[in-house]
Design a protein around this ligand. Structure first.
Ligand code: MG
Length: 159
């Protein structure tokens, strides 16, 4: 098999006095994502999808929240490490598709910048990385603005 598929999911709580960073882009908002690292749920979901595609475990295994080393970490640097990990094994990102679920703020104005950052980090073209955004129609914790969730799928190819 020369192609593999992986899926990833992440959710972080919204909290005051935190920065809101998704796909390495800081989004102006009165709440930010709570977590040990920069809590970049989009980047985390993508990393989990990449690891899952090769049955390499999950990000908690490589970057445990118990390790003070990852406190406030820039998740793009972690993504770079995961990309190295799959490249060392001869695999490359074919394409990524992702969806951010957030009631507020509006994601659309920031999607292009996120795509650019993720493409740069992965040494990929922008058109290999899709980032979509939707609300949760005010339903459940995400709809009540308690957190932001992200789903991602990735296709890897060998070559
Ligand atoms: Mg996370």
């Amino acid at each position: 098999m020369n192609i593999r598929i992986g899926n990833g999911y992440d959710i972080h709580r919204l909290a005051p006095e935190r920065r809101l960073i998704l796909g390495g882009v800081e989004i102006p908002h009165h709440l930010g994502l709570l977590g040990h690292s920069d809590a970049d749920a989009l980047t985390h979901a993508i990393m989990d999808a990449m690891l899952g595609a090769l049955s390499l475990g999950d990000i908690g295994h490589y970057f445990p929240p118990s390790d003070p080393k990852w406190e406030g970490a820039n998740s793009l640097l972690l993504l770079e490490e995961v990309n190295q990990l799959i490249r060392q094994r001869g695999w490359h990102v074919g394409n990524i598709d992702s969806v951010i679920i957030a009631e507020k703020p509006k994601m659309k104005p920031h999607l292009a910048a996120m795509q650019e950052k993720l493409a740069q980090t992965l040494n990929a073209r922008n058109d290999q990385i899709a980032i979509k955004a939707t609300t949760n129609e005010k339903l459940g914790p995400v709809g009540q603005e308690e957190g932001i969730a992200v789903y991602a799928v990735v296709l890897l190819f060998r070559g």
